[in-house]
Design a protein around this ligand. Structure first.
Ligand SMILES: [Zn+2]
Length: 292
């Protein structure tokens, strides 16, 4: 029975006979986090901070995370598609590029970038995607033809399937990003997802920016627990001044998330925003470990 429960809680675990699992049960597996800069996007401030400093240029980084848990590795988000680097207007469309112009250097695309840690997509245990937007799900095709599970919240997958059916660009959903969806081992999550079954890395729903958006709680070994918000919080200024996101499917839900994140002061769980240029200027990218 105990083994049965453990199996249910730990969808990514090796078989029970593996010595790795025994280690996991003792919760002494090292958890380490690496943040990657998958390029930057040139935009204006109001697109991140609603109605704020309208017209003022702002360049924001596009992060994704790689997390190790013992011998296992996962990705949280993937950055932009490689085609967005070479032909942004052709791939994302003229309208989007007017508001968001990507600048992606050689080696910043997902599968090139993770080589710095000696990784390749097929070697990961899972990819967990915050939402389907172009700067988060852009490189999921790197997992095509592998058996690596790619996890989305159910509500987000429903949005993505609408884009796949219509082949129309929705707000920051690009049909081309999902052209290999059928060749991916896509999995649906509903609610909390304790990725390794030991409460060290937990994806949880934060709908608002998009209908099925999710964020990530991480408890790294020897470090502070933190929440990587993904686009539930673009910048710390959105939180500190209660400024809504410039792009939101459901504005009240966005503000509710922002209020939850303000519990940082009470809980000590550090809030790590996605696209905050000032935050990321002070934090090291991979191959250095992220110390939030
Ligand atoms: Zn984003």
């Amino acid at each position: 029975m105990k083994q049965e429960i453990q199996r249910k809680l730990s969808p990514l675990k090796a078989p029970l006979k593996s010595p790795g699992l025994k280690k996991n049960l003792k919760r002494n597996v090292d958890v380490e986090v690496y943040a990657f800069n998958a390029g930057l996007v040139k935009t204006e401030t109001q697109y991140l901070l609603k109605d704020t400093r309208v017209g003022a240029p702002m360049d924001f980084p596009v992060p994704f995370l790689i997390i190790s848990h013992g011998e296992e590795w996962i990705a949280f988000d993937t950055g932009c598609n490689a085609e967005a680097a070479s032909d942004p207007a052709g791939y994302w469309g003229e309208e989007i590029v007017k508001a968001y112009l990507p600048v992606i250097g050689p080696g910043q695309e997902f599968q090139q970038a993770i080589k710095i840690l000696g990784l390749k997509p097929a070697g990961l245990k899972a990819a967990v995607i915050s939402h389907g937007h172009l700067d988060h799900a852009g490189a999921i095709e790197d997992f095509a033809g592998t058996n690596v599970p790619v996890y989305f919240q159910k509500a987000e997958l429903a949005e993505i399937r609408k884009i796949v059916v219509s082949q129309q660009t929705g707000t920051a959903y690009i049909p081309g990003d999902f052209k290999h969806l059928k060749e991916l081992n896509v999995r649906e999550i509903e609610g909390l997802f304790d990725i390794f079954g030991d409460k060290s890395v937990i994806a949880f729903p934060t709908p608002g920016h998009t209908p099925g958006h999710q964020s990530l709680y991480v408890r790294p070994t020897g470090g502070n627990a933190f929440i990587y918000t993904a686009d539930a919080l673009y910048t710390l200024e959105n939180m500190k001044k209660s400024i809504p996101l410039g792009l939101a499917a459901d504005l009240p839900a966005v503000m509710q998330n922002i209020n939850w994140f303000k519990l940082e002061d009470l809980t000590g769980v550090i809030i790590v925003p996605s696209h905050d240029p000032e935050y990321w200027a002070k934090h090291a990218w991979a191959p250095a470990k992220l110390v939030p």
